[in-house]
Design a protein around this ligand. Structure first.
Ligand SMILES: Cc1cc2nc3c(=O)[nH]c(=O)nc-3n(C[C@H](O)[C@H](O)[C@H](O)COP(=O)(O)OP(=O)(O)OC[C@H]3O[C@@H](n4cnc5c(N)ncnc54)[C@H](O)[C@@H]3O)c2cc1C
Length: 234
């Protein structure tokens, strides 16, 4: 467990805050690779996972961005109440969503707050001069965390924004995006479960091999027990 202090709180988009966490004594925090997340232990005792949403500019800081879930049982709402100077503890970074090695083209697809693990991936791919494209789907620029930073990033030419509620912009053409690269690329998807599942289904139909399709669900899958009768009828 690592003790940290909230060093900054910034509104990144409607309902999204970015929290800068710093080590207590100014020492370096452990290194991490793009795709990593930490467990955040909140003052109430709740523990929630958050992706490290940018590579470290300075080694004593981590950044997370948190969407306030309207159905929250507490975690994201509590993060939104944090202020500068609050003390917390975090786990060491864990990574279940790493970038693959090799020179294949990468297709990054984010839905909403799913941008958080993909942003450091884009930074890493750019830094290592690997080929990629980054599709960011959201309702509007106002709800899309980091949209203005991404428009100005060194990889801005690789960004494709798909704003479903902006006239003239519209939803991403999933089939088109996935068809262009099914033979030679790695696919990384993060966002709400139904968004990820739609993309995985299309990728499967278009012949993407399972081992080149990578995803991270930002929520535990909740399986409700079906009545026995329903199961027997299947
Ligand atoms: C690896 C990882 C990385 C993540 N990174 C980020 C990130 O960068 N930014 C971010 O905002 N979030 C991220 N999350 C999600 C985050 O951990 C929290 O789940 C999120 O903030 C919601 O927490 P909460 O306590 O507010 O909501 P919760 O109370 O946990 O509820 C979340 C949702 O689940 C539903 N729900 C809860 N319990 C049940 C139940 N028993 N039955 C049915 N439905 C239920 C609620 O209605 C609600 O919509 C990540 C999750 C993982 C696993």
């Amino acid at each position: 467990m690592i003790p940290v202090v909230v060093r900054n709180v910034v509104t990144e988009a409607l309902g999204v805050v970015r929290i800068v966490l710093g080590s207590e004594d100014g020492s370096a925090l452990p290194d991490f690779d793009a795709g990593a997340h930490i467990d955040l232990h909140l003052p109430s005792g709740l523990i929630r996972q958050y992706s490290l949403c940018r590579l470290q500019a300075e080694s004593q800081y981590y950044e997370i961005a948190v969407l306030k879930d309207p159905q929250s049982r507490g975690g994201s709402a509590e993060v939104h109440r944090l202020s500068v100077g609050d003390s917390l503890t975090i786990s060491e970074p864990k990574n279940h969503f790493p970038l693959m090695r090799g020179d294949r083209h990468s297709v990054l697809i984010a839905g909403g707050i799913g941008v958080t693990p993909l942003l450091p991936m884009a930074q890493t791919l750019q830094k290592t001069e690997r080929s990629f494209e980054f599709h960011y789907c959201a309702k509007s620029p106002e709800t899309a965390a980091f949209s203005s930073a991404l428009e100005k990033a060194s990889f801005a030419d690789k960004m494709h924004f798909h704003f479903s509620q902006v006239t003239g912009a519209g939803r991403m053409d999933v089939v088109h995006v996935l068809s262009c690269h099914s033979n030679d690329s790695e696919l990384y998807v993060c966002g709400p479960a139904n968004f990820i599942n739609d993309i995985l289904m299309q990728a499967k139909m278009l012949g993407w091999p399972e081992e080149r399709v990578h995803r991270e669900f930002l929520r535990r899958q909740i399986w409700r027990l079906l009545p026995l009768k329903t199961l027997l009828l299947k």
